[in-house]
Structure formats: C-alpha cells, structure tokens
Design a protein around this ligand. Structure first.
Ligand code: AMP
Ligand code: MG
Length: 403
C-alpha cells in the first residue's frame, strides 16, 4: 500500500472515494412481467390520463344534482351503463341511469347516488331518492395523473406497486439496468461448507450465503465461488477468474493486519487499493480498490462485520451505479435502554431489539455483541447508528437501521 493511500477513514469519506470508481451498468428492455426488483435505467412518463375518462366510483345511479335537492324525487331509469361501455350516453331531465363502478359518466350527469340510498321500483322502472345527493362519487379524468407526467424516475427500484403503476401508465415494457454479476469469495483454511462434518479447528462458512442474499436484495446476481484457502497462488487464481467472469468482486476474510491476511497482502502487492480500514464498529478492516480493473471490496471475515460493511459501504456504491435510492433500510429514532459500548470517533452499529414504551422506541442489545456472533444480527431487529460523538449512554437517542 502506498504511503498516500487513505487509511482508517470515516465512512462517508470511504463512500465518496469508492463512488469515484464507477463501472458502466448495461441496460435492457424487458416485459413488466419480469420487472420485479429491477431498477429503471430510463424515467418513464404516462401514456394516458388516469383515469382516461370521468367514471363512477360507486354502483348506483347517475343523476343531475340539481334535480335531487328537494327530496323525495322520482326518476325514470333510462339505461344501464356498465364498466367498458363504449357509447355516448346522455341523461335528460327526470332521468337516472343505472351505473356500475368504473363505467363512464353519461353526459348531463354530475352526481352518483350509491345504490344503498335508492328505492328502486323495477315494475315501473323508476327510482326514488329520499335525500339530496352530493355532486360526488365521480372520478374525474386525469385526477390521478395526466398524460406525459413523469411518475417514475431513472433509478426507481420496481416494487409490486410501481409495476402496477407502469401498467396503469400504459407501459408493457420498461428499460432497466442489467444485474451486475458479483463474485462472492470467502477465504480461510478453517472454512467448511454447511452440510459437511467439521474437523478440529474448522467452522462453517456462512458469509458468502448471506452476502449473496444481500446482493440479490439489491437486484444483482451473486456468483458464489468455492472458499479459497489461505494461499497467495490460490487466491490469485480465484481473483483472476472472478475478474474475468464478473463485474465486481467481494471477498470476505483476510483483510486485517495479520501475517495470514492474504487478501490485504495480495492487494498491496499486486492490486490497487483506494482505501483500507474505516471508522466503524464492528467492521473496521475493509479495503476497496481494483483487481485487474475489476472493483473489489475486501470485507472482514467476522460474520457480523461482513454483513454490516456490505450494508453501509457496498450497498451505497452499488446504488450509486444505477442512480438508485432503494432498496435501503428504513431509519428510525430510538432511545437506548441501557449503556451501549461505543468507540469515540467511530460509528457504532450494535444489534438491537426494539420495543415501544408509548413515548419512544427503545433499543435493547439482547444478544452477545461479538462480531463473530451471526445470531446477533440474524435475530436482531435493527442496527444502531451511533455517531462518532455519541456516548452510547442509557437514555441517549440515536438513529437505527431497521433490518
Ligand atoms: P479473518 O478476517 O480472515 O481474520 O477472519 C476473522 C474471523 O472470521 C475468523 O474467526 C474467521 O474464522 C471468521 N470467518 C472468516 N471467514 C468466514 C466465513 N466465510 N464464514 C464464517 N466465518 C468466517
Ligand atoms: Mg482468515
């Protein structure tokens, strides 16, 4: 690592530096059927007004409001107008048209009487209204949005509701970013796949499974590699393969100060490092840079650290590539129910449970807070975002990210 390489920097600086290393994300046009959890690469505007025409919000009768103001009033039922009706319907004085929800309002009508308020006499085809109507229950043309309104901007992450909005705007296809192929590589002689039998000194490799989930959550494609033993040649081979096959590389483990921290070592000697170590707890050791022009995040091996660092460092970088704000954890304000250990100058992300005392949302760290304890984040409900100046004392308020 060069002497000028940023070292042990605040998180915001790390994000800023990483975001300077951009890669181009390709785009494609896909059917909205396949668009769930994809990100728009082009803003889209409405091809129609919504609603496209004035229509009824209720099943009932369409009348002229003025004819209802001196109840009771009797109307001749002129016709029935159903949703999808294509005719130019008109009502005349003394007439009421039976109308269904979504059906076009006939010319001359300006009020809908809900069926519940009507006395229908089907023998002589009349309807009596015992109360004054209100000029309401009409959904006006364009009251929701109008043609050419840009409702979804580039970078929009497509949720089910937003997909329905695309359809309501008239789009059956959308232009989206192609998912990035992201290599996920764990390192460590001690790692065994779940399902295998642990020998002495071994543990189950868990990071790549969770990191893959986080990558999918952001709409990208995880490519999980077999774990690499602590050996420079093996690591070099795997990184070379990953940089050829994938757009981004994420490793876990081997980025600290130790002699066996080979990711850091190989990156120092043969890669490019943009920064190493950030002021967050847990998760201070990560590095970021490039391996043969492929951006690489070297995440810490401790399971909680790898998850936390992905959420606070990798996710903002990935979102920046597609101009996206989402998906993202919601932030809430919490009150600490007990003292929480902080490190002055660092952001502290403790795994907490939430409860409500009627005034505040209380945060309690229930599980052992070691960065090796994946259960603390898996079973926790939120991560504190205690700032560099916060004390972490009982009763203090801080932001928290909902997991
Ligand atoms: P390292 O950063 O390689 O020094 O690893 C830190 C700690 O995290 C060690 O206790 C490792 O055994 C553990 N660890 C490293 N990689 C993984 C992994 N993929 N899954 C679970 N634990 C890991
Ligand atoms: Mg290791």
């Amino acid at each position: 690592m060069g002497s000028g390489t940023p070292y042990f920097i605040p998180l915001n600086e790390a994000i800023e530096i990483s975001c300077k290393r951009k890669i181009k994300v390709e785009t494609e046009i896909i059917s909205i059927d396949k668009s769930f959890q994809r990100t728009l690469s082009k803003s889209i505007s409405a091809l129609t007004n919504d609603p496209p025409f004035d229509n009824s919000a209720m099943d009932g009768f369409a009348v002229k409001y003025q004819e209802t103001i001196d109840p009771p009033n009797k109307f001749n039922i002129s016709k029935t107008i159903e949703a999808g009706n294509k005719f130019d319907n008109i009502i005349k004085t003394g007439e009421a048209a039976r109308i269904m929800t979504g059906a076009p309002i006939p010319q001359g009508a300006d009020s809908i009487i809900p069926i519940e308020s009507c006395e229908v006499n089907s023998e002589n085809n009349t309807v009596i209204l015992n109360q004054e109507s209100k000029p309401h229950f009409i959904r006006k043309k364009g009251e929701n949005f109008i043609e050419n309104d840009v409702l979804l901007e580039i970078g929009t992450f497509l949720t089910p509701e937003k997909i329905s909005l695309c359809a309501a705007m008239g789009h059956n296809k959308v232009e989206v970013f192609r998912p990035l192929r992201i290599a996920v590589i764990s390192t460590g002689d001690e790692l065994k796949l779940p399902g295998e039998t642990l020998e002495k000194g071994e543990i189950y490799e868990s990071n790549t499974f969770g990191l893959s989930g986080l990558i999918s959550w952001l709409g990208h494609e995880p490519v999980r590699f077999s774990s690499v033993v602590d050996n420079l040649d093996e690591l070099r081979k795997t990184l070379d393969l990953a940089s050829k096959d994938c757009d981004v590389i994420i490793t876990s483990g081997g980025v600290s100060m130790g002699d066996r921290d080979f990711v850091r070592k190989i990156m120092e000697d043969e890669g490019e490092i943009d920064f190493w170590r950030i002021k967050v707890r847990p998760g201070s050791p990560p590095l970021f840079g490039a391996w043969k022009n492929t951006p690489i995040f070297g995440l810490p091996g401790n399971p909680v650290s790898s998850h936390v660092v992905f959420r606070i460092l990798c996710a903002p970088w990935l979102r920046s590539l597609t101009s996206s704000q989402h998906p993202k954890e919601s932030q809430i304000r919490v009150k600490l129910e007990h003292d929480i250990k902080t490190v002055p100058g660092f952001i502290t992300l403790r795994r907490v449970h939430l409860s409500d005392d009627g005034n505040d949302i209380l945060a309690t760290a229930k599980h052992h807070q070691g960065s090796g304890n994946i259960a603390s984040i898996a079973l926790g409900e939120a991560l504190t975002l205690l700032g560099p100046e916060d004390s972490g004392k009982k009763g203090e308020y801080c932001n928290a990210l909902i997991l």
